[in-house]
Design a protein around this ligand. Structure first.
Ligand SMILES: Cc1cc2nc3c(=O)[nH]c(=O)nc-3n(C[C@H](O)[C@H](O)[C@H](O)COP(=O)(O)O)c2cc1C
Length: 157
């Protein structure tokens, strides 16, 4: 099985390894450690949008994304290059692990930028795909998803 792990904390280290490390990185690493113990042959791709944020969508991006692939010019293809790579990664994965801190009652801006980049007309869709799942490891005590901080929830996509 192919897993895609997305870390989105602005903090680089893990809270179990350094004083000011990230709780959500600890959660995603712990989940993957236990997963790999049971399924050592599964492939994990890491995408760290916290430390390497995707570019936010722009007017040029929207114009390119809503132009038919065969009608895009070189500049449009270049504009969509990063988005294409992120979509390829997403499509290749069967389980997505998203480690998401709560920042000001929402997700971190780089994680939202990732979502904006992977929701693409003609490439991805929001309809359920049988057999695909997601794990959300979140940290935060207030906001839309209130509850105990530092937990993991599973979803079917
Ligand atoms: C800029 C910023 C905004 C935050 N906003 C919220 C918030 O609205 N609600 C909340 O419960 N926690 C909030 N927190 C606390 C974080 O969710 C918490 O520190 C979490 O552990 C961060 O994830 P990390 O440890 O993986 O970096 C905020 C933290 C930061 C740095």
């Amino acid at each position: 099985m192919n897993l895609l792990c997305i870390d989105s904390s602005a903090r680089a280290g893990r809270s179990d390894q350094q004083a000011h490390g990230s709780h959500t990185r600890r959660l995603s690493a712990g989940f993957l450690h236990r997963w790999k113990a049971r399924r050592p042959h599964d492939r994990v791709v890491h995408r760290d949008v916290g430390l390497h944020p995707p570019a936010p969508v722009t007017g040029d991006w929207v114009r390119a994304a809503f132009t038919r692939p065969e009608q895009r010019d070189q500049r449009m293809r270049e504009t969509l290059r990063e988005s294409d790579a992120l979509v390829d990664e997403l499509i290749a994965s069967e389980l997505i692990v998203i480690a998401a801190p709560m920042y000001n009652f929402g997700m971190p801006a780089p994680l939202k930028a990732w979502i904006d980049n992977v929701v693409r007309v003609g490439r991805t869709s929001l309809r359920p795909r049988p057999g695909r799942g997601a794990v959300l490891a979140d940290a935060g005590r207030t906001g839309p998803a209130t509850g105990p901080a530092g937990r993991a929830r599973r979803f079917r996509l």
